[in-house]
Design a protein around this ligand. Structure first.
Ligand code: DC
Length: 216
């Protein structure tokens, strides 16, 4: 079973690269950030205070989530667009710092991969905590200005404001006590600032093939 873990800060190119890599390898793609976003959306629409850790965790455990390459459903609602709203983006780090939520979502991520016989998984703690024995661990990064410009190209907004909001989310994601964003020693670090998607994907396909033939 092939598992490729792709971690890194917001705007480093994780989703684009992870999706393209999964297609080339013929495996599924799992966006774990979408799971944290879906829980945030569900809590906000149910009027639950995000600071109430027990209630948010209970909601997480009770929620039914369905993730495909294109859509995110939570409790029967299509949340694909709503989870990318600025309200959810601004609030998701609080939910991602909730240890009980992390415990539940980590289990669901492992189960998803078992059910789909492997995949390319993107997030913040995939190589460090969720799949420490992944076939290949990749840490993607890019300069702050490149990351902000990519987000603006995707969803609009002002580069300076987006850069500030990315910096604040990165700080929260890397300084929380439970499974913060970290670079593991065995991860390959790739700076995507000046590289094309195709080039990075081709490099990762080659590395995954090498690793999986060694462990086969
Ligand atoms: O990748 P993203 O921007 O959609 O992630 C949304 C939030 O969820 C982000 O603040 C980091 C957090 N996250 C996390 O803590 N652990 C993961 N495995 C994936 C995302």
């Amino acid at each position: 079973m092939i598992v490729v873990a792709i971690d890194g800060p917001a705007g480093a190119g994780k989703s684009t690269i992870a999706k393209a890599l999964a297609a080339k390898l013929g495996v599924r793609y799992l966006d774990t950030g979408a799971m944290y976003r879906a829980v945030t959306f569900a809590a906000m629409t149910s009027g639950i205070e995000l600071s109430n850790q027990d209630l948010v965790a209970e909601l997480t455990r009770k929620s039914k989530m369905l993730l495909t390459d294109e859509t995110v459903m939570i409790n029967g609602l299509d949340a694909t667009t709503a989870i990318r709203s600025s309200e959810v983006t601004g609030a998701v780090s609080t939910v991602a710092a909730n240890s009980q939520v992390r415990t539940e979502l980590r289990e669901r991520q492992r189960q998803w991969i078992a059910d789909h016989n492997g995949g390319v998984v993107e997030g913040r703690d995939i190589g460090s905590v969720v799949f420490p024995d992944a076939t290949l661990k990749v840490y993607l990064t890019a300069s702050p200005i490149v990351r902000a410009k990519r987000r603006v190209a995707q969803s609009g907004g002002n580069v300076d404001e987006i850069a500030a909001s990315i910096a604040s989310r990165d700080l929260q994601d890397s300084s929380r006590s439970d499974s913060p964003l970290t670079q593991t020693d065995d991860a390959i670090t790739i700076d995507t600032s000046d590289r094309s998607i195709d080039e990075v994907v081709a490099q990762l396909v080659e590395m995954t093939d090498q690793r999986s033939s060694k462990t086969a």
